[in-house]
Design a protein. Structure first.
Length: 165
């Protein structure tokens, strides 16, 4: 049975757009078929380390994978593209986060859905709302648009001209 998932993709090292394209291609190859994608957004980094700005996007995909299988595929792709263990919230070649899996709430150790920081991160909410404007937080029932309006994060998020991945 195909399930809808929303994934956040980001990169701030090397050819950022190429890394996001590579991640989407790899997801499709491994059974996570992209149906819609947001524009690319240039975003100010979050965290304690001085680092380059990110490119971020959100994709809506269909998959037959269960949540644990999806997490495994995301981690595998990150490794294949060249992500290494490093400083938490530090620079990375690619980052793939599961934002939503259907409207499920999952809390199983490393697997937390919805993504635990998404309601505090403009770079996740803005592209999510772009491709799914009416979607709601499965925990609170609030629309993500309402959550974004109340967000006081302060980090800059700039939409680029077009989807290029």
């Amino acid at each position: 049975m195909k399930e809808w998932v929303f994934l956040s993709l980001g990169s701030n090292l090397g050819d950022r757009a190429a890394r996001i394209r590579e991640a989407v291609t790899s997801l499709d190859r491994l059974g996570v078929r992209t149906q819609r994608g947001s524009a690319l957004y240039e975003t100010e980094p979050v965290g304690p380390v001085k680092q380059p700005w990110f490119l971020n996007a959100v994709v809506a995909s269909e998959t037959d994978l269960d949540p644990k299988g999806l997490l495994s595929v995301c981690k595998r792709i990150e490794r294949e593209i060249g992500r290494k263990k490093g400083i938490r919230f530090g620079p990375r070649v690619v980052d793939i986060d599961i934002l939503l899996y259907r409207q499920q709430v999952i809390d199983e150790g490393e697997l937390l859905i919805p993504h635990p920081q998404m309601c505090q991160r403009k770079f996740m909410l803005i592209p999510l709302i772009e491709i799914a404007p009416n979607i709601r937080d499965p925990k609170t029932g609030k629309s993500f648009s309402e959550i974004l309006i109340g967000l006081k994060e302060g980090k800059k998020v700039k939409k680029l001209k077009a989807k290029t991945y």
